[in-house]
Design a protein around this ligand. Sequence first.
Ligand code: ZN
Ligand code: ZN
Length: 644
Amino acid sequence: MYKLRQYQSEAVESTVKHFRRTNEPAVIVLPTGAGKSLVIAEIARIARRKILVLTHVKELVEQNHQKFHDYAEQAGIKSGVFSAGLNRKETKHQVTFASVQSVVRNLEQFAHEYSLVVIDECHRVSHFEEQSKTNAESASEKSGNQYSQIVSQLKSYNPELKILGLTATPFRLGLGWIYQHHYHGFVRSSQATPFKKCIYELPLSYMIKNGFLTPPKLIDAAVEQYDFSALQSNKFGEFDDAEVNELLGKYPRVTEGIVEQIQMLAAGNENELERKGVMIFAATVKHAKEIVGYLESKNETAGPAKEQSADDVSKVALITAKTKNDERAQLINDFKAQKIKYLVNVSVLTTGFDAPHVDLIAILRPTQSVSLYQQIVGRGLRLAEGKQDCLVIDYAGNGINIFHPEVGEKKPDSRSELVQVFCPSCGFANTFWGITDNDGKVLEHYGRACQGILEMPEDEVLDNSMLEGSMSANPQDNEVMPCDYRFRFKECPTCNAQNDIAARECHDCKNQLVDPDEKLKEALKLSNRMVIRCSGMTFSEHNGALKIVYYDEDATELKEFFDLSSEKQRTVFNLQFGRRFRNSSEPRNFLSLNEVLKESQGFIIPDFVIAKKDPKRKSKTHIVWQVQEKIFDYKGKYRTANEL
Ligand SMILES: [Zn+2]
Ligand SMILES: [Zn+2]
């Protein structure tokens, strides 16, 4: 009845292969619309022992169970449902589809052995180990803990329990990646993550190219657009409502113009089909209400002129986080039934919402997350009868390409784009945010550390498998050795080791690393210190030595000299400057002054230079300052030069 698509079979094969080797929790990343439930059904079908499929909402429990039923039940594999919302509490079958909340409330009914837990929408899991977190961060953190409770319970009956997650969004701003290593051989995170490895991933572009999703048709915002670039987001990439409203208040006419354009595009013309479902993503509730106001007033005035579509079809609905559940369900139903044409929402319909007929997406909100942007656009990419494409218009100037991979960092500013930076140590092609010139040459990039992996565990197949049900995959066989090259770092003053710019302690000698903010604060307090926010520097020759002049934005300057014929000074110069040559992408050991002067354009400017009054050299007319420390790759609360 069903035949797996090739990538679905590949995802299943990767799962089997992975769990033959290890019990480490694994993730499969498939875009929305890739048919996750069929992948789950096939895994459940070939498993020989009991498995549990967890989801956070009853709709998905039902959907996954239905798919399995249609797919595998004829083969004689019985499945059951455990969900209070669906009024079913079955645990005796080989495959159980359950809602997380219901299982957590009835853990005693899961006091037997399962070989595998499959977690759908697994980006909601924050960790599996029970950690005593006192400052419960959010509701999602709480539900993340529910997964952890279930896993602990099942592990007490089977220490060899395998855990498989499925998601379309393995990265969330502020929370980071949900896994550490990718099967293509790179590191996503050096922090603890709930899942160890991504074992299969399918990009959105594959789905579109192969006709499994509708192609987006990107249109330039012909009318004006918002400029959100002056706003700062928090670590979750969210913007402050009051600030956004204030900024939008400065564009009184823009929103009206945008709404007019959306309505024009939605109406279609001789070259373009009339659009059936329009989703508008607003920045704040106030903004959304303003949009709804314009849509409704335009509808009334446009009504008589456009007989054929001036009826209920042009109706408008608004959904915000405050919209009550039953009202929301009703509005979504009406939208799906095409009784409502325009659905305006404020950050609520990005995931899990599925109305295949949507064929116009208008983005009026800022975001710095590639994943979030993809989720928004993804709402319009489902296949539907008669649908040829989905118009996508970004009025917020987010400038994100939906075909680009997730970088794992906020987009630093509107000028940034994805750049490829090869690691000088291992050769891995890293993807970072960066800035390029007109020819596409990378001028600057924001990458911190190489993401390459030097050694991946071998894909050797042991003679045991979760699917045949034997035990003891050996986790020690799976040591991954990541490349340790850093593009941005702070040196340990004790041992010179290079540490992450946020590290508190040297990874090598374990000495405390002083926070650069502390250094700056300290220096700013002392009258015999001077701190400049460095915006430029020049290299020249002075009595056979290298003279560096550092300037701040007001052209205050500090000087420093390096005698490059002295081995000791040369070493210091190379540690500080040579190592960072061309954004650390071409580290070099400079041997002579001439060589340095010839390449002076490629050196990186420190963010701050701290100097000290030289007590020995007193001049009558001016104080002699001696450079004491330079802070490179600064990240902290002080503003750096050239930053807004
Ligand atoms: Zn590397
Ligand atoms: Zn150290």
